[in-house]
Design a protein around this ligand. Sequence first.
Ligand code: DAH
Length: 356
Amino acid sequence: MDDLKSKYLGLIADASDEAAIEEVRLTALGKKGEISLAMRELGKMTPEERQVAGPALNAIKDEINSALAAKKTALSDAALDERLRGEWLDVTLPSRGRRTGSIHPISQVTEEITAILADMGFAVAEGPQIESDWYNFDALNIPGHHPARAEMDTFYTHRATGDNRPPHVLRTHTSPVQIRALEAQGAPIRIIAPGRVYRADYDQTHTPMFHQVEGLAIDKGISMANLKWTLEELMSAFFGTRVKTRFRASHFPFTEPSAEVDIQCRWDNGSVTVGEGDDWLEVLGSGMVHPKVLQNAGIDPNEWQGFAFGMGIDRMAMLKYGIPDLRAFFDSDLRWLRHYGFASLDVPTLHGGLSK
Ligand code: DAH
């Protein structure tokens, strides 16, 4: 009996997994297990023999059962410990950095130009991107037959058949905001209007949607000299260096006289540096606001006068930040955005320095 007992307790101690334990249980206590068979022998014994063997066998059976249960518990505790060791996690570690978005160069440059002009006393005005024919053209002294309408590759909105009102357009420039701001605020006024404009055009330097900023200053004694100073200050502040400007006589229906403005630059093998050299780069249109435009906006041109200008924002961003292809601005390529974008807490500012 003692041999039987130590044999099975030994086997149980050696069992290394649940399957091995089950195996031991069957060999000892299964239907044909050694202990079970021995118990069946009890019937053939004399009552005296049975009285000794019976309780002894039962005791062994109980001991084996509790050894089995204890081993099972020990094995599953060990398995749990093992798993806890493997899945252990240090919750005090710092978290993994998350990728954050960046400020698009167009947004950044819009902010920069706005900050510079706001510092000179210009307030931001806005107008709709879907504009009426009147505001986009007629009020700006661009009549129906004027070639500018065709030249601008205007996108027209669709009207239902039978609706004979003139179609709306996607504004081709920010100039209509001049009229809206004058109607809303009257004179004197100093506003800028940054925003999206649209023309049906697409190549390396043209996209169907692009950005302009309009400027308008109307008062009693404003001249071209004020325009020139404003633009030279704007360019120099924007590029962070003294930038010479060149005013060339030009023509726009909404200004008289009109001037196209070039900035000083230098080209070396395909890349341009602003504020140095003897080349010129055209960056904007400007002039003294045409009396008819003032009249169309309800302002008396005998009493008020002023200047206006319109500038391409995308162009300015390309020049300042060395971006060669305009179309890349609007491709939403994440690698491009990470490269040319600005960290939101580290953008160039007027007070912190506009050139980095
Ligand atoms: N609206 C013109 C354009 O889109 C730019 C422009 C020229 C705006 C002269 C002006 C201006 O305000 O005076 O090409």
